[in-house]
Design a protein around this ligand. Structure first.
Ligand SMILES: C[S@@+](CC[C@H](N)C(=O)[O-])C[C@H]1O[C@@H](n2cnc3c(N)ncnc32)[C@H](O)[C@@H]1O
Length: 280
């Protein structure tokens, strides 16, 4: 069977096979550098990478994995991360949790920061930007007319360049769960039916590429870290080590918010405050 790029059927659609050894080499590379556990995801790897690998002229996975591991070519690493990360996200995800943030955490943080009027919030694993933009909308709604006196800029990081590029564009199809008043306040309508986040919301989010496996060396410590639906792709030791780094990067009394489908291990240094909500 041909694996040739020009083959209209095989070339475009059929996943290539990957040997056990190449699968292990690729999965180990991703796990040790980016924390993502793909050890049970053979089909995901062949399904998501085959077409692009062919298009780039590799005859099989072996050639591709050799090149990736030996040359560490940035383009190929970016390609693999764009393809193998799961960037699924949407506005108002786990709305009750966002309401909890707005009703219980935000009032406390705003009280604490009456003097410096600065909040340090990090959306870690922000994907295409819906989460940090959504948090900004809650902040602006809560602060109302005072918002202009506050610095609430959110650091939004991800490993996927593709996801970050969509976040920076800020163009979305909006779900019905976005209130009508928010549509007019926080978005600008485009002719094609999509919506671009309004400048004030866009300017409140600073996108940056950051690998969560790296030491956290941002200038400031955080009042609040959102890391929702990211650690589900990590194994337990990777997760525990990351939670410790988050803890060290949080101010005393600061918060970590994960998703309702996740939990932290018993040994976590944080104190559990509410479902998916932890405090230092
Ligand atoms: C499913 S999305 C979650 C998006 C958003 N937080 C939410 O809850 O909707 C997971 C994101 O984590 C990112 N990610 C995975 N491993 C990462 C790593 N090692 N460093 C930084 N981001 C990573 C992925 O690229 C992806 O965009």
């Amino acid at each position: 069977m041909s694996n040739h790029v020009d083959d209209p059927v095989i070339g475009s659609f059929a996943p290539m096979t990957i040997s056990d050894a190449d699968f292990r080499r690729l999965a180990n590379f991703i796990h040790s550098n980016y924390g993502i556990d793909l050890s049970q995801k053979r089909q995901l790897i062949t399904g998501r990478l085959s077409t692009t690998i062919r298009q780039r002229g590799y005859r099989n996975f072996s050639e591709f994995v050799d090149h990736l591991l030996n040359v560490r070519d940035n383009d190929e690493v970016t390609l693999v991360l764009n393809k193998l990360t799961t960037n699924y996200t949407f506005f108002m995800r786990e709305k009750e949790h966002l309401d909890y943030f707005c009703n219980s955490i935000l009032p406390e943080l705003v009280r604490r920061h009456q003097k410096d009027k600065t909040l340090a919030i990090w959306s870690a694993g922000c994907s295409s930007g819906e989460e940090p933009y959504n948090i900004s909308m809650f902040l602006f709604d809560y602060l109302g007319a005072q918002a202009k006196d506050w610095d609430t800029r959110i650091l939004a990081t991800d490993i996927s360049e593709q996801a970050l590029a969509s976040g920076k564009r800020g163009v979305y199809e909006l779900p019905d769960t976005i209130p009508a008043s928010w549509r007019s306040k926080y978005f600008v309508d485009n002719k094609d039916g999509t919506h671009t986040v309004a400048p004030m919301v866009k300017n409140n989010v600073i996108f940056q590429r950051f690998n969560l496996m790296d030491p956290i060396r941002f200038k400031r410590k955080f009042d609040l870290i959102f890391c929702r639906n990211v650690m589900i792709y990590f194994d337990q030791p990777t997760k525990d080590a990351l939670v410790q780094r988050f803890y060290d990067a949080t101010v005393p009394g600061g918060y970590l918010l994960i998703s309702y489908s996740e939990n932290l291990s018993q040994q976590t240094p944080y104190r559990r405050l509410a479902p998916a909500t932890f405090v230092k």
